[in-house]
Structure formats: C-alpha cells, structure tokens
Design a protein. Structure first.
Length: 308
C-alpha cells in the first residue's frame, strides 16, 4: 500500500532524510520512532506529498506521489503534529471545509461528516469553536478530518502528545479499529505507549532508517528485557539480589525510593531466583513485574549510533 524507495531530502546542503526505504501493507500499523529532530515529521510530509523529495520516490496504492499527485494524495489522511486549530470555525465548520476540499458535497458530504463525528464522539461539540476545546477533543477533531474521505493510508504525527491515561486508552481502541481498514503510520516520541498498538516499528535518527523490526524484537534487544522491577517495605537487601545467578546489575529508581530493577544477563530469566529469595526472606513486596523491554532505551541507543 505504501512504498518508499531511496527517499532523500536536502534542505540546502543538509540531508534531512537520507536513502530511506520501507513498505507498509494494508491492515498494518507501523510506529515511526525517533527522538526530537530525527526527521519523523519531514518523512510524513514527504509521504503525503506536502514536501517534494530531492531524490527517490513514494508510491501510495501503486501511484507515484510525484507522477500522480492528486490520486496519491486522495488516498492519504494526515493528522499534523500541531493538530487542528482555527480562531473562528466550529468543529462542523472545520469538517465541512475539509470535506469540500476533498471533493465531497451535498448529501455525500453530510454523510461523511456525520460518520466521522459519530466515530470520534464529536456530536456534543460540533457547534463549538475548535479553539475552546480541550487537547483531547482537538486531537479527535484532527483525526476526524484525516479520515473524513475514507483514506487507505493514515499518517498520525504525535497523536498522543499531552493526552491523559483515559484518553490514550480510547486512542488505542480507535487506532486498532482503523488499522483494520487502512495502513496506519504513527510518528511518536512516546514509544512505550505504542507497544500494544503497533506490530512493527521504524526507528529513525538523523533522517536515516536505523531499524525496521517488530516491536517485540526491539523490546528483546533492550537491556531491560526480562528484568524484574520490584519494591518492598522495608527496603530490599540489594546485595542478596545482586549475587543471584543470572543477575547483570541493579538499578535504583531515584524518584521512587525502595523501588529497584534487577537486570538479567542475556539468555537468563532471573524471576524464579528472585521469587525464591522473596519467599525465603519473607519480604513484604508492594509491587513486582517482569519487564518486556524498554523501547526508550533501544531508540536512544540506536539514535546515538549514527553521527549527525
């Protein structure tokens, strides 16, 4: 559905996207992970046709975005990082404007606007000015305008920025349903929040593709994979934990005194030994979980493997 081949973009003499290639299929949700300034937004702008590449090409549904820009753009929905804002238009006004720009009119336009308003739970605020809405509602309006024309490709730029836990749960359910209908690419710095949404990740650093992998494989490459994070009252005996077989080290949580993470050597599972020690010592454990691996660590490590 999306094919990006050897995509390169220069701003002056500086390369902001360098020889970037990947494919994404229908019903696939891909996370575009990278630190601030990595090139995520630039890449999305190139995919949707807002920005022209210096070299390479992008195809959407088999149509090259440069040779067939109108057809290719019609297949793409884009929620920009800054969201949607207007000092006078209401939510209905925004949706009607975007629908008209997408070539919809009359009963068809009303049907599409009503459909996305229902899906994004916007009916109670349709007549409200967009600028008075809270951040969560503004995000929903931004996504509504992006899917208004039933695209086959959806690009979301930092869609969970600033959302609370409940709003993120609703966002996850929404994206899971949307990815059954289209290809979804989510650019984000909040990597761990995508671990149960995306099945695949592209890691970008300084405009270069550093990894194209499943989320699970990326997590397994984390030094926290199979680590055990726990806390007790009174505090734990760290020396007793450190000498257990397979333990690679112990990290103390500076923001939560008494909470520690016991790192595992590659190929080792330290939880059974820790569990036995807890039972033997009779420790009062207040929290405990096995780490799946921290994407933040992996992306940070990959981001600093490449020179600016």
């Amino acid at each position: 559905m999306i094919e990006v081949s050897n995509l390169t973009k220069y701003l002056g003499k500086k390369s902001v996207i360098s020889d970037f290639s990947f494919c994404a299929q229908r019903q696939e949700c891909v996370g575009l992970l990278g630190e601030h300034g990595a090139g995520k937004t630039t890449l999305l702008n190139l995919i949707c046709g807002i920005t022209r590449p210096t070299s390479g090409h992008v195809s959407i549904g088999g149509f090259n975005t440069q040779a067939h820009p109108v057809i290719a753009r019609q297949a793409v929905g884009y929620q920009p990082q800054g969201g949607i804002s207007h000092h006078t238009l209401s939510v209905t006004g925004i949706l009607n404007f975007v629908a008209a720009a997408r070539g919809l009119s009359g009963a068809e336009k009303r049907r599409h606007v009503d459909r996305v308003a229902t899906r994004l739970e916007l009916h109670p605020v349709l007549n409200c000015p967009v600028d008075v809405l809270g951040l969560g509602l503004k995000r929903r309006v931004a996504i509504a305008q992006a899917i208004l024309h039933s695209p086959s490709v959806l690009l979301l730029d930092e869609p969970t920025e600033g959302l609370n836990a409940e709003q993120r749960l609703k966002f996850r359910a929404l994206v899971q349903s949307l990815s059954e209908e289209m290809s979804v690419i989510i650019a984000s710095r909040h990597y761990d929040s995508l671990s149960d949404i995306c099945t695949r990740a592209l890691v970008i650093a300084n405009g270069r593709l550093m990894a194209d992998s499943s989320l699970q494989d990326l997590q397994r490459s984390s030094r926290h994979f199979q680590a055990v994070t726990l806390a007790a009252d009174p505090p734990l005996d760290l020396l007793a934990l450190a000498v257990l077989p397979g333990v690679a080290g112990i990290e103390e949580d500076r923001q939560n005194p008494g909470k520690v993470t016991v790192l595992a050597m590659p190929g080792h599972a330290v939880f059974p030994a820790i569990n036995s020690l807890i039972a033997h010592r009779g420790w009062n454990i207040t929290s405990l979980h096995i780490e799946p691996g921290r994407l933040n660590d992996v992306v940070h490590h990959l981001s600093h493997e490449v020179s600016p």
